[in-house]
Structure formats: C-alpha cells, structure tokens
Design a protein around this ligand. Structure first.
Ligand code: ADP
Ligand code: ASP
Ligand code: MG
Length: 824
C-alpha cells in the first residue's frame, strides 16, 4: 500500500484536480492507495482571515465567507461540466452541492457566533480550520464516484487522536496507530480518501496538526500501516537546493537523507512539514516529493541510504522568516549554574518553541531565536521569572530584536569537509550581510545564522552561488552615463558575456542604466540588445533613486559604474560603498578633487569590502594604475614618474606643423573625440595635472591639485576665454604664436610633447621640447607613455605605453576594472 498526499495547489483548480485523478488512476492499478488531501489552495488562510475579522467585529468576514463559498461551488460546477452527465452523475452533483452547502451553512453560523461573542479561541479556530479539508476531500470523493472510480472517504478525525493543544496538537500514537490499522484491515476499496491536517482530541474535540500538517497526516498513516512509500504531491518538482521562490538557480535535490530532510524542513523548506519525517523514519519508509503539474519529473526521494550527489558537501540551504532574537545577559550569569535551566523551563511552560540557541563561552549571555509571534510573551515571562536578578542588576532585562530571519546550510557530508563555515561566513561578509548570531549543531549537519530579513534573498543567492554554482560568479552592474564610452562598454559586455561565462565563469548582468534624462532598472538584467529603447521608456533619471534601486534590490556583487564627468555623480560614491556596492569610476573628479574625499573613499572601500577602481582615470585602457598598485603593494617605492598623459595633446602636437593651423588640428582632435567635449580642459594642461596628481596619490603622496606646478603653453587670451567658441577664436588669432612654438622645436630637431613629471613629492606639467632618442620622441598618434623609476627599476624605467584616448580603449579599461572585481 502507498500513501499519497496532495497539497493545496494540487486540489486548487479543476485543471489540477484532473491531473490528480490521472495520478490516482495510474497508481491504483498496481497498489491500494490512501490519498490524503489538503484544503483547496488558500482556503485555510481565508478561514483564518474570516475568523479574525469576525472576532474583531468587522462585518467584512461575510465577504471572506462568500469567497470561500464561491471558490468551492465554482470548482464543483466546473468539475461536473467535464463529466458526461447521466442520471447518476446529476444526482451525485446535487447531493454534493447539498452536502457542501449544509457544511458551509454550518461554517457561516460558526463565524456568526465568533462575531457575536467577539472571541476566537484556539479551540474554535481548529473547528473553523477543519472545514477546508472537509470540503476538499468530500468534493474529490464525489468526483471519483461520478467517474466510477472505486473510492472510500474516511474522516481522519476518527483515526488520528491527539492531546488538546489546539492549533498544533500532539499525536497520541498508540491509539492512533491502532485506529488506523484496524480501519485499513477491513478497508476493501482500492482508494481511500482522507482529509489531511485534522484530528480529534481524547475529549472528542476537533484539533489540527499545525499549518502544513497534511504532510504529517500522510506519514502518520503510512507508518501505521507499514506502507511501501509516502508520496507528497505538490507544486514544485521536489525539495530544492534552496527556496525556489527566492533563488532562480535553485534545482531539485534528487536524494536526501531523513536527517537532511528534517534539518531543511525545520529550517524553513516549506515543501515538507517538519514533523513528517519522524513517523516514517522509524519504519524506514521512503518519502518521495513529486510535482502534480509535472508528474514525469523525478522529484526528491528521502531515505536512510541516500547517495551523495558528489558535487558539494552541502545538500541544501533554507530560510525561516519571522524570527526574533532574544538575549539574556548580565554578569550575574557567569559561573552560576541553573540560569539556562530556568530560562528554558520558562519557555517550555509557555509552549514557546526555540529554533536556535547560542551561548558565548564567557557565559555572560545566552541568545536564542524564536518565532516573532512569541517574542512579547517570551520577554514578559522571562523578565518575570528573573525579576529578582534584574532588580539586583545581576541580569539585564531581556533584549528582543525582531525583523530577523534564519538561514541554514545543511548537509550530511559537511562534517567531513573543512572550511564550510568559513566559506559560508566569508560569502555573507563579502556581500555585506550582517550576521546577528550563529549556531552549529553538534552533528555538524547544519550551520545556521540569524540575519536581517531584508538580506535573506541576497544571502540565499550568494550562498547558493558559492555552494552549488561555485563556478559562476554573477556581477550586477548599475551604469550611469551612456555616452560614447558607455555605449561601447555595453557593446563589449553584450559581446563578451557568453565567452566570459563559458571560460571564466563570470556572468555580467546590467541591472541599472541611467543617463542624465532617463533611467531603467530590471532585477533580471536589462536586455542589452534593446537597451536604448528600454532606457528611453524608463523613469525620469534621479541619482538618488538610482542608488535606492541598487540598495533595495540588495543583489550580491553589485557594482556602480560612473561614466560621466559630473561632479554630483562623483560625490555619490560613499553611499554605494557603504552598502558594499563596488564603484568603478571613469570620472576623474573624485580622485583628483579634495584629498580628504579621496582618502574617505579609499577608507570606505576597505571598511565595507567594496572595490573602488578608476583605472581609466589615467591613460584610458592602459594598465597604468594597476601596474603602479602592483609595484606599491609588492613593496617597491616610486622614485619618479615621467609621462605623456594626454592622448589629445599628443595627437595635436604630432599633427601640427607649418602646413596646418593649430586651430584646425584642435578642431579635428575635438571632432574625433580625442579631447574632452570642452577642449580647454585638455589644452590648459588641467587634465594632465589631474592625472599626475592621481598617480602621485596612488604612489602614497598626500597631494592636492594646487601642489602641481602647471606651466601652460596657451596664450593669456586663450586661458581667459569664457566659452569654447571664444577659445577657438583665440587659437585662430594667435596662430603666429603657436607656429613659433613649432618652429623653435623644429629648428633644433626636437618634438613638442606635453609632459608630466613627479619626483620627490613634487609634480609639474608643461610643454617640453624632446630631443631625438628620448623615449617620448617617437610617441605616435594619441598614445600615452608612463615611465616609472622605482627602487627596483632605478635606471631603466618600467614603461607602459599605448593608445591613451578613445572610446573603445576607455571602455575596455572599464571592462578590465569590472573583471578585477569579478576575480576578487
Ligand atoms: P503544498 O500546498 O503542496 O503543501 P507548500 O506551499 O506547503 O505546498 O510547499 C511547497 C512550496 O514550498 C513551494 O511552492 C516553495 O515555494 C516552497 N519552498 C520553500 N523552500 C523550498 C525548497 N527548499 N524546496 C522546494 N520548495 C520550497
Ligand atoms: N490546509 C492546511 C494548511 O494550509 C494543511 C496543509 O495544507 O497541509 O496549513
Ligand atoms: Mg505544505
């Protein structure tokens, strides 16, 4: 004999009930079956809501009641519509409508009673809840009859006997087993239908087995009759590696041990009601979890002899929400036995279930996790019991924190693998998930942590990635500024993503995009093929709202990327870093502005374990800052730096001669995108000054922009011009001056280069005449060059050279920063 249990969704619609019937027909061909059914999906919740409304004197309970009535009657009508109606079928339908009608009238009277007396005791609540399972089992039994499928309906309340702890009654197994055995001994029909969840106390009153209790009903029956198997038919294809509602990548676990199933279900895997395992474990009866909507999926088999999946010592990760953490602490506890005994006795008397306990070895405090709904009661009871110690200040009044959740990593094989907890906590730490308490069972089958409820999704996703997808790391990018460079970066991400996933196990997702007008955020990743239209149809851009999205989504490995030249954007980085969101800046303002701000960003990056990278601030895509950082972190010291750091000035002086005009060449450089939109920033030397400042700072020198000696080569008029147009006018007027600069250098066979130098804590920038043979002499096009003279490279410098401007190379520099974060 087998026991099959169908959950609320399975009996929640006509379509699903048809699937249930197909499963019953198929399974009853080879074996007798007992079929336990839950209430129609959502009905138990509605019964509770109606009861609470009535109890609170809110007449809307009638609306809820009407809904319960119509849900059932619609199902009946639809089901019978699908059956060829002869006289018997019509009679059955009428009988069923009457039967359910009478029962629901009774429910209506009960609700009226609750409304009148303004009270909903646990006892009445159980009576109220029992209507759900009564209706579903009755409806299905009539449908089977109408389909001429041989089936009996037995009221479980006549079989399962409990104590009188209403809402969560404890089964009295001796009597229950006897009842079940004797009933099934004489039961000749192939299919026996039974309502789940409901039971009766020794006094004959209706009790229930706790929310989700139909699973338990099935296992109690299976154990009593020594069934071959219990099947839990639900709306997912088994027990998943973690909560599939919160983690898309979760997948069904094909085999579990009883112990693992107990741990996972106790720690929140709702698919199996925790007490379910116990009765069948003793008899070694397997539990199989199957999907009614997808019966072909193999599901999860729970046995005492499961095989290891061979991939990870972790079998599953679960979460329980609605947790309160209570802490009892005080000097009076140290070394004095009996405190915990009194504490836990008090909780036991109050019938409060403790989910997790930790005690510091100093014995100065005990911390325990309970359901939030018990928190007030627990605090009152404990404060009363320890009133005397609290008055003497040996103990502090109990501290209660709410809005917490527990996450648990579970696996039989964890004990033989070192470093699981290390991996667990470093993964949580890296993602800025603050851990409030930790517990590890002596069996080492479970490590659990208490965290804030808002962090649960991120924690589950990052742990799942760590233990089950170890190989793929997902980065969630929030990009602001989608001009030339931004557009190229998006192109590069789109083009490289498949390659990165396959070869480097890195998955880049652009979750947020913004320009100065619009922004768009999509938790599932923006479709990069159509990003422009998504952005155009997005919301109005707001720096703060963009940040709020990133913060509230709370995704693991989030990165904010600034591809603007905007001051306001540069000043929002601290907000991101404080949420452990890494920052990649193309924008130079933060690193070349006030030194305190630069230091603050570095400090925040360290403190919150979030990268702050800005390789493209100097030399576009060239690995200049990265090289410098490697030198410094490996203990080298920078003696001096000589560099040509302006791709645009290099382009200008490489192309300017007595056959061209200075004005034309600057115009061309601007048109080809080698200068900043405002070319004065390049030609005044300020851009180069900022770059050498950044290199000096990265070399360990606390310098400000004012400390850089800036020798400009433009005319006074050009320096004073207020607009870009006026600036270009001066270039035209002063052509003679610029020609003279050229002629002077030419006559000595020198090349003009705009050079930046740093040595002995001082830096300067200016136009230089470079003789033949110097490494700067042959610098082509818009190239940059940096020469690092260091303790380890005293005479022959370490040189980095290559294209130092242009949208494509800048985008690839940003890309490199993103990959650095992925590899971190
Ligand atoms: P039923 O009504 O069939 O008893 P439940 O809602 O009680 O179904 O349990 C199934 C649900 O459990 C799934 O839809 C899923 O949302 C939730 N769940 C939570 N954790 C897990 C997990 N680890 N594996 C599978 N399902 C889980
Ligand atoms: N109907 C009950 C509940 O919703 C029991 C169950 O579905 O298992 O809790
Ligand atoms: Mg359930």
């Amino acid at each position: 004999m087998k026991v099959l249990k169908f959950g609320g969704t399975s009996v929640g619609s006509v379509e699903n009930i048809k699937k249930v019937i197909a499963i019953l027909q198929q399974q009853s061909e080879t074996s007798k079956i007992a079929v336990v059914v839950s209430a129609v999906g959502g009905i138990t919740d509605k019964l509770i809501e109606a009861g609470e409304l009535a109890c609170n004197k809110n007449p809307d309970y009638v609306v809820k009641y009407n809904k319960i009535w119509s849900i059932h009657n619609e199902i009946i009508e639809e089901l019978f519509k699908n059956i060829e109606d002869d006289e018997t079928v019509l009679e059955l339908q009428t009988e069923l409508v009457e039967n359910i009608g009478t029962k629901l009238n009774e429910l209506r009277s009960l609700l009226n009673g609750i409304y009148l007396i303004n009270e909903l005791s646990p006892k009445t609540k159980d009576k109220l809840l029992s209507y759900g399972e009564y209706c579903s089992s009755t409806i299905i039994s009539y449908i089977l009859k109408a389909l001429r499928i041989d089936a009996a309906l037995k009221n479980t309340q006549e079989l399962i006997i409990t104590d009188s702890v209403f809402n969560n009654a404890r089964v009295i197994f001796e009597q229950t087993n006897k009842n079940i055995k004797s009933y099934f001994k004489n039961q000749k029909q192939t299919i026996t239908l039974l309502p789940g969840f409901v039971s009766k106390s020794t006094n004959g009153e209706t009790t229930t087995l706790g929310r989700g209790g139909s699973d338990y009903t099935a296992s109690i029956i299976a154990a009593a009759i020594n069934a071959k198997e219990v099947q839990i038919w639900t709306d997912v294809s088994g027990m998943f590696t973690t909560n599939p509602k919160l983690v898309k990548q979760a997948s069904p676990i094909s085999e579990l041990s009883y112990q693992e199933a107990i741990e996972l279900s106790h720690f929140g895997a709702k698919v199996l009601y925790p007490p379910t395992v116990m009765p069948v474990l003793r008899k070694n009866i397997p539990i199989v979890i199957k999907n009614t909507m997808k019966p072909e999926a193999i599901g999860t088999k729970i046995t005492s002899t499961k095989k290891s999946n061979g991939i990870s010592p972790v079998t599953g990760i679960s979460n329980i929400d609605g947790i309160a953490l209570l802490t009892l602490q005080g000097n009076g506890m140290v070394g004095i036995p009996g405190f915990s005994k009194r504490l836990f006795e008090t909780l036991a008397q109050e019938k409060i279930n403790i989910i997790l306990i930790t005690q510091a070895s100093s014995e100065h405090s005990i911390c325990f996790g309970i359901s939030e709904s018990d928190a007030i009661r627990a605090k009152e009871a404990i404060d009363t019991v320890f009133e005397f110690e609290i008055a003497l200040q040996r103990l502090e009044p109990i501290l209660s924190e709410t809005d917490l959740s527990i996450i648990a990593v579970v696996g039989d094989n964890m004990k033989s693998h070192q470093g699981i907890s290390g991996k667990m906590f470093s993964t949580l730490g890296k993602n800025n998930v603050n851990i409030r308490a930790i517990a590890q069972g002596a069996s080492e089958r479970n490590i659990s942590a208490v965290i804030h409820k808002n962090d649960v999704k991120k924690a589950l996703n990052s742990l799942h990635e760590q233990f089950f997808e170890i190989k793929t790391k997902q980065l969630n990018l929030f990009i602001t500024g989608v001009g030339n460079v931004g557009e190229r970066l998006i192109q590069q991400i789109n083009q490289q993503n498949a390659y990165l996933k396959k070869n480097f196990k890195i998955n880049l997702r652009v979750v947020g995009l913004s320009n100065s007008r619009k922004m768009v955020v999509d938790e599932d990743g923006i479709d990069l093929k159509n990003w422009k239209s998504h952005l155009n149809n997005g919301e109005t851009a707001s720096l703060n709202e963009f940040f709020n999205h990133a913060k509230n989504l709370n995704l693991r490995n989030s990165v904010f990327i600034d591809i603007t030249a905007n001051t306001e954007v540069a000043y929002i980085y601290p907000k991101y870093l404080k949420e452990s969101i890494s920052v990649v800046a193309c924008n130079k303002i933060a690193c070349s502005g006030d030194i305190h701000y630069y230091n603050q960003l570095k400090e925040l990056s360290r403190r919150y374990n979030a990268s702050f990278l800005f390789e493209t601030n100097v030399g576009a895509g060239l690995p200049i800052i990265d090289t410098l950082n490697h030198l410094v972190t490996s203990g080298d010291e920078i003696n001096s730096i000589q560099a040509v750091l302006s791709g645009s000035l290099n382009f200008i002086f490489n192309n300017f001669n007595n056959n061209t005009s200075f004005f034309e060449i600057v115009k061309q450089a601007q048109a080809e995108g080698y200068t900043e939109p405002d070319p004065r920033i390049d030609l005044s030397g300020i851009d180069v000054a900022r770059k050498i400042l950044i290199l000096a700072r990265e070399s360990g020198y606390q310098m400000e922009l004012d400390d850089i000696e800036s020798n400009y080569f433009l005319t006074e008029e050009a320096m004073k011009s207020n607009t870009v147009e006026a600036f270009f006018e001066t270039l035209k007027q002063d052509e003679g001056y610029y020609q003279k600069l050229y002629e002077d250098a030419k006559s000595k066979e020198y090349q003009l280069k705009f050079v930046a130098e740093f040595a002995n804590g001082k830096a300067n920038v200016g136009l230089r005449q470079i003789p033949e043979g110097h490494p700067f002499y042959n610098l082509e096009g818009k190239d940059n060059i940096v020469m690092f003279y260091t303790k380890r490279y005293p005479e022959q410098p370490l040189i980095v050279k290559g294209a130092g401007a242009g949208a494509d190379v800048t985008a690839s520099g940003l890309f490199a920063d993103i990959i650095r974060i992925a590899n971190n």
